[in-house]
Design a protein around this ligand. Structure first.
Ligand code: HEC
Length: 144
């Protein structure tokens, strides 16, 4: 009788063990799958971000349109109609510490002296594009 009970007990203990391991296994597989999926998403996002923000973010071709509409009134041909000393020629940009995309982006965004701020009128992308355009034109001397 006692042996019989013991056998029954150990048998049911075996059952619970087997059951619990059957529960844990699919769960750990699900967790592994979720982890793999998460890593894939992280990798894809990292790739998207690194493609979206290369070192020189500006697109000079798109920047030409922004320049014509917003800057040419004062800076036609790379000149400066308001402050003739501060043209967009490479020599002047160099002289005033403006020969970099970052410096131009800062000034266009916030304005300076008689130059208006464009931070609320243009998007960050448009400003990066126009800065790139100004630099590329300065490099070729604003030749037509
Ligand atoms: C209302 C006239 C006006 C408009 C419009 C204007 N600027 Fe200017 N810009 C100026 C003046 C004035 C300065 C000189 C600012 C200072 O340093 O006092 C200047 C300076 C600059 C400089 C630095 C030049 C140097 O030699 O130091 C850059 C670069 C520049 N502007 C780019 C732009 C861009 C790009 C736009 C269009 C998004 C623009 N500006 C629109 C008047 C203007």
């Amino acid at each position: 009788m006692t042996t019989c009970l013991l056998t029954l007990l150990s048998g049911s203990r075996e059952n619970t063990k087997r059951q619990s391991s059957r529960v844990i296994n699919p769960l750990s597989i699900m967790l592994k799958k979720a982890f793999v999926r998460l890593m894939t998403i992280v990798t894809v996002f990292a790739a998207m971000i690194s493609f979206a923000t290369p070192a020189h973010a500006g697109d000079a071709v798109a920047g030409k349109t922004v320049f014509s509409a917003n800057c040419a009134a004062c800076h036609a041909g790379g000149r400066n109609a308001v402050n003739p000393a501060k043209t967009l020629q490479k020599a002047d940009l160099d002289k005033y510490g403006m020969y970099s995309e970052a410096a131009i982006v800062t000034q266009v965004t916030g304005g300076k002296g008689a130059m208006p701020a464009f931070g609320s009128k243009l998007t960050a992308e448009q400003i990066a594009n126009v800065a790139s355009y100004v630099l590329s034109k300065a490099d070729d001397g604003w030749a037509k």
